[in-house]
Design a binder for this molecule. Structure first.
Ligand SMILES: Nc1ncnc2c1ncn2[C@@H]1O[C@H](COP(=O)(O)OP(=O)(O)OP(=O)(O)O)[C@@H](O)[C@H]1O
Length: 598
């Protein structure tokens, strides 16, 4: 453990009390949390309780699990090495509360199951809005001043849902055993409130809970944690309030920032940034008002924070110029990204095509694109599961969940295997998106689906609908391949990942290009007091060596003085790919004189 810094070591060595660790970007929260976990486990010795380390994404959980497996070998064999649970907070809640005990509170005769939101039977579970009825999937819950409040989001705006109506709708769905992601937390909270023995048993089983990325704890999560704290669990929070970007989902970071004020909570802080070059750490400090210290020396390659302009619909000029700067900086294309705030813009910049086909055929077409273009096999599998179930007659409401969630039933596992095989295998299952959509792709889809449905009937007793032809009609399919010619050519620009800031959270990247609107750039420059400002902060602090912020060309005049005042340098985008010898001049680009305005 000698490679920990003193501040990290202090967290690891702290007594077994609740900690509040406020840590800057790139400060090694992962390493610190895993070392702390090993120490806690070691301190507990043969004691019976388990320790839970919880975070918010599956990627973070995988990283923690690997790191724990490596480190835990240092524990003596009797130290209860395996009495540790590493999971997402929602995974923990689902496993220990909702799936095992939720049905009693939900008044469901069967165990609770998660719905994706696309199941056909959910058409009967909608709530009215000012415009059109919305699916229960869009119903959100928050605690405001200790009171449950129901709402939905539309165009980034929050709209309340009538309390009486929301409760009735949730209860009606609850009776079927079904819950959405948001409602899973609601039922977990209610189950703990209404089943005191369950709460006591859970707190006894988990006397210590450590939560990473604690700025993302929403109000319902917090209400659940408060119950566990009240029942005796010792909860440690680790996070960075400046990276709180889930306010829209009820996570305002206050639980983390105020936690140290509670009696018995020990406060810690991590202020060394291992990720970014010193001038990017300085910029981060200037945005958030902290005084964090860069652990890395300045790289010898061109590096730093730059801004530039782009013209409407001409992002590709910026992409090209950024790639030139990346090669001068020696940035790895696989470990770099173009980021933006909105999912829709990320999709447009990636060239995601508008979905084709209609109804169930559209779902299969989307699945084929997810598999062939995005290589996202899991999402493709989930889409296929929903589409196949929609082709079955009178199937149980929980069937999609039985297929897509890990189930202990051997029959469910076999069914899952069959749907996975269909998703993967282009020759006998979901046809290749390289085929002409309205001819070959659709014909193969029909033929392969018929075989699959026949097998599902013979092996699992699942009957197909009688109007299969109608459900799989060849409507709105183009007479070209589903996948575009550009994708087939696998163009260079596509080699660079394009994603939302939310997706890139927690990652380190060699080079980051943050594409902004004027409003997003202004929020970034204003600091971390708003959510959009914090989104900009998260984008900026992903970068190890190179950060570019691109703003609409016509806002450059207004924003330029503020960028320069924050320490950014200006670059133009009319850069032609240049030999490595231009690297030095890229590093020196700065101020108005060096600008090649486009
Ligand atoms: N004591 C240390 N010595 C050397 N490198 C370290 C140390 N602690 C952490 N690091 C490195 O710092 C980098 C950033 O760590 P990590 O990704 O855990 O940061 P983080 O605190 O989660 O950041 P963020 O909140 O911005 O995502 C990693 O490459 C990690 O290996």
């Amino acid at each position: 453990m000698s490679d920990l810094t003193i501040e990290q070591q202090n967290v690891v060595d702290a007594p077994m009390v609740p900690l509040c660790v406020i840590a800057c970007a790139g400060s090694g929260k992962t390493k610190t949390a895993v070392h702390r976990l090993v120490r806690m486990r070691s301190n507990l010795g043969a004691a019976r309780g388990r320790v839970a380390l919880l975070s918010f994404s599956n990627v973070a959980v995988d990283t923690f699990r690997k790191a724990y497996d490596d480190l835990a070998s240092s524990l003596p064999s009797g130290a209860g090495r395996s009495r540790v649970d590493i999971d997402t907070l929602d995974g923990f809640i689902t496993t220990h509360i909702v799936r095992s005990h939720g049905h009693r509170t939900m008044k469901s005769p069967r165990a609770a199951y998660l719905v994706t939101g696309d199941e056909a039977f959910l058409d009967g579970f909608k709530f009215p809005t000012a415009t059109f009825p919305q699916s229960i999937k869009a119903l959100n819950l928050a605690f405001v001043s200790g009171k449950e409040v129901f709402f939905h989001l539309f165009n980034d705006q929050i709209y309340p849902i009538d309390d009486f109506f929301a409760r009735k709708l949730i209860a009606r769905l609850g009776c079927t055993g079904a819950y959405t992601h948001d409602l899973g937390r609601y039922w977990a909270y209610r189950a703990l409130k209404e089943q005191p023995k369950l709460l006591a048993a859970l707190a006894r089983r988990y006397p210590h809970i450590v939560i990473d990325e604690a700025q993302d704890i929403g109000s319902v999560h917090q209400a659940i944690l408060e119950l566990l704290i009240g029942a005796g669990s010792c909860v440690t929070l680790i996070g960075d309030p400046n990276q709180g970007i889930y306010e829209f989902a009820g996570a305002d970071g206050k639980f983390l920032t105020d936690y140290h004020q509670r009696p018995g909570v020990q406060q810690h802080s991590l202020q060394k940034n291992f990720r970014s070059a010193p001038n990017i750490v300085e910029l981060a400090n200037s945005l958030c008002g902290r005084g964090d210290v860069a652990e890395r020396p300045a790289p010898t390659v061109p590096h730093g924070a730059f801004f530039t302009g782009y013209k409407r619909d001409q992002h590709h000029h910026v992409f090209t110029a950024f790639q030139v700067a990346m090669s001068a900086a020696g940035s790895d294309a696989k470990g770099s990204a173009i980021l933006c705030r909105a999912k829709k813009l990320a999709g447009t910049m990636r060239g995601d095509d508008a979905p084709v086909g209609q109804g169930i055929v559209k779902a299969f077409a989307a699945a084929a694109m997810l598999r062939d273009r995005r290589k996202d096999f899991l999402k493709a599998f989930q889409r296929v599961a929903v589409a196949v179930v929609a082709l079955l007659d009178n199937s149980p409401h929980s069937l999609v969940s039985q297929i897509t969630q890990l189930s202990s039933s051997p029959a469910d596992r076999e069914l899952r295997k069959a749907i996975w095989a269909f998703t993967r295998d282009k020759a006998t299952g979901l046809p290749s998106s390289h085929l002409i959509a309205d001819k070959d792709w659709h014909a193969q889809l029909l033929a392969h689906i018929k075989v699959l449905l026949a097998n599902l009937e013979s092996d699992f007793g699942l009957k197909q609908v009688t109007n299969l032809g109608n459900k799989l009609a060849k409507k709105a399919l183009p007479s070209t391949p589903l996948i575009s010619a550009e994708d087939l050519a696998d163009s260079n620009a596509k080699a660079l990942r394009i994603d939302t800031v939310h997706k890139a959270k927690g990652e380190s990247m060699d080079a980051v290009l943050y594409i902004t609107t004027k409003e997003h750039a202004q929020a970034l420059l204003n600091g971390v007091s708003t959510e959009v400002g914090r989104i900009g902060y998260v984008a900026a602090t992903r970068a190890r060596d190179l950060l570019w912020v691109a703003v609409p060309h016509n806002s450059l005049k207004d924003l330029r003085p503020q960028f320069l005042a924050r320490g950014f340098k200006e670059v133009g985008t009319a850069v032609t790919p240049a030999p490595a010898s231009t690297a030095k001049s890229m590093s020196d680009m700065g101020g108005r004189n060096a600008v090649t305005d486009d």
